[in-house]
Design a protein around this ligand. Structure first.
Ligand code: UT7
Length: 325
């Protein structure tokens, strides 16, 4: 059976870097606290001309260039985001227009930090049944527009950026081998966005301003470690593999302490765990595709390598996905 193979990757980070020292001027925090509790040193913040869809488009363009494909070759564009350019239409439709990918249908998915991995899984299922398809999957966020800059519990954690992968059919055994996806909506309130809800007769236009991220950090921390550990074990068992068989693990970049705990629990050697949370913070749906693109460009993944993604986010949602590069 055909498999969905990544043909190219790309990413786009905003120009502006926000350091921990600069955050000390905004909220009651310190470089020492942020570094020791999260591992984050800097994050990127989008500015003028760096709307979500523009970052997404550039990441997508770069992935297409690496794949040697024209935008016209695309059949489908999926943008995973929790900070869309507008609620309607989808950010994916803006990307489709910017790219000139007129043969592609396009839509967004929202599975928070798990969105890109859900998107890859979706693309993989399309390509399995229609191997001639070319699908662009993008994770793109401008979280700086959704963060409460007065809340030190959250504003130090998040960053902006976009990452992308183009997929097509492969017959040589390489590509997506399997995935495990989970959600638990009962725990939605651990990590969510404030703001108006879908039924409220009093809604004013101004109510939509300030729909900001709220998080119970310590509960999310514990859930993230357990869920990512479980979902990796589940996928490895399904694939009859062990962690020693894996060449590179690319986890969602939320917090270095979460990654360290995951590494201990799964026995992942240092050189098989990709980490860039220090540079970009938590970019939600963009975190894995940015890391994937960096790993690719740094030569950390070679043809036929087994690459394992694992992620966790609001919803709650969590997932793992295995591919042969
Ligand atoms: O993508 C998935 C979504 N998010 C995550 O994965 C994040 C998961 N959670 C975390 O990363 C961690 O829970 C945090 C980094 C958010 C917090 O670390 P923690 O070790 O769980 O700290 P805590 O929430 O237990 O807070 C400890 C203290 C509190 O002070 P008190 O109440 O003990 O006096 C906080 O007010 O640290 C305080 N604090 C801060 N201090 C300085 C919280 N944020 C800050 C800050 N600077 N930025």
């Amino acid at each position: 059976m055909s498999k969905a193979l990544i043909l190219g990757t790309g990413s786009c980070l905003p120009q502006k870097t926000l350091t921990n020292a600069e955050l000390e001027q905004i909220v009651d925090t310190s470089d020492q606290w942020i570094t020791s509790r999260t591992g984050i040193k800097t994050r990127r913040i989008s500015g003028e001309g760096e709307e979500n869809f523009r970052l997404a488009t550039l990441a997508g363009q770069r992935a297409l260039e690496m794949a040697g494909l024209s935008p016209l070759a695309l059949d489908m564009i999926i943008v995973a985001t929790l900070s869309p350019h507008k609620i309607m239409p989808s950010t994916a439709c803006f990307v489709q227009a910017e790219l000139g990918a007129t043969n592609a249908f396009a839509y967004d998915i929202n599975a928070a930090c798990t969105g890109f991995t859900y998107g890859l899984d979706l693309a993989s299922k399309y390509i399995q049944s229609q191997p001639e398809m070319k699908v662009l999957v993008i994770g793109s966020e401008t979280l700086s527009t959704r963060v409460d800059w007065k809340d030190r519990n959250t504003c130090v954690l998040f960053g902006d950026g976009a990452g992308a992968a183009v997929l097509g059919g492969s017959e040589d055994g390489r590509g997506v081998l399997g995935s495990k996806l989970h959600s638990d909506g009962r725990l939605w309130n651990l990590l969510h966005m404030d703001g108006p809800e879908s039924q409220n007769p009093e809604l004013q236009g101004s109510d939509w301003e300030g729909a900001l991220i709220r998080m119970n950090g310590s509960d999310i921390f514990k859930q993230a470690v357990r869920a990512m550990d479980d979902v990796v074990v589940e996928l490895l068992e399904q694939q009859q593999l062990t962690i020693e068989d894996i060449d590179l693990v690319i986890p969602h970049q939320a917090n270095i302490r979460i990654l360290n705990k995951l590494q201990q629990r799964l026995n992942i050697p240092d050189d098989k765990l990709f980490i860039n949370v220090d540079k970009y913070g938590n970019t939600s749906a963009a975190s894995i595709p940015i890391a994937l693109d960096e790993a690719n460009k740094q030569g950390r993944v070679k043809e036929n390598d087994l690459v394992l993604l694992c992620t966790f986010g609001a919803g709650l949602t969590w997932a793992s996905l295995l591919m042969r590069w």
